[in-house]
Design a protein around this ligand. Sequence first.
Ligand code: AMP
Length: 194
Amino acid sequence: MRLVILGPPGAGKGTQAARLAQHYGVPAISTGDIFRSNIAAGTELGAQVQEIVDAGGYVPDEITNTMVRERLAQPDAEGGFLLDGFPRTRAQVDELDTILAQWGQAVDVVAELTVDPDELVARLVRRAHTDGRSDDNEDVIRRRQKVYEEQTAPLTDVYGSRGLLVRVEGVGGVDEVTARLVSALDAHFAGPRP
Ligand code: AMP
C-alpha cells in the first residue's frame, strides 16, 4: 500500500502514521523526522534546514524532493510506504507522481486527519512541554498552521479530484482514531472508486 497522511500540525499524524504503518506492514516515512535527525546529528543537510524548521517555514522543494527521492529508493519502501509530512506543496505532489511513475507505481490513498483549529493549538502547546520540540512555541505554531492552510490544505482538492481522499476526524483517544482510520481506509479499498 502506498499511503499518504495529510493533516495540520498537531492533528496526530506522526502518532497515527506509526500505527497505520505497523497495521499495514509498510515503513512510515516522516520528512519532519528525517530533518530533525539530520539537525540532531549535525549533518550538512541538518545545517541547511535548521533555521527554516525552527521558524516553522517549509524547506525548499528541491532539498525535500531530493531527500524523499533517495528515501523511497531504499529497498524497504519497494512494497509500499506511508508518507507522513510529504507532499506538502503542489510541486511535491508532482515530484511524488514522477518518482512513483518511474517504477510504474502511484499513490493508492490519501488519509486526511481533520481537527478543530483551537484544539490544535492547545495540543501543540502541550506537546511543547512534553517533547521539547524547538518549533512548538505558540508563535511558531501559528506560523506553521498558516503555512499549512496556504500551501498544504489545497492538496486535499488535488487528491480528492483523483478519488483518492479519505477524510477522518482526528478527535478522541489515540486507539479510537486509529480504528476510525483503518476502517475508513479498508472501506475505501473495498468500495467502488468514485
Ligand atoms: P513535521 O514533523 O511533519 O511537522 O515537520 C516539521 C518541519 O519540517 C516542518 O515545519 C518543515 O519545516 C519541515 N518539513 C517537513 N516536511 C516538509 C516538506 N514536505 N516540505 C517542506 N518542509 C518540510
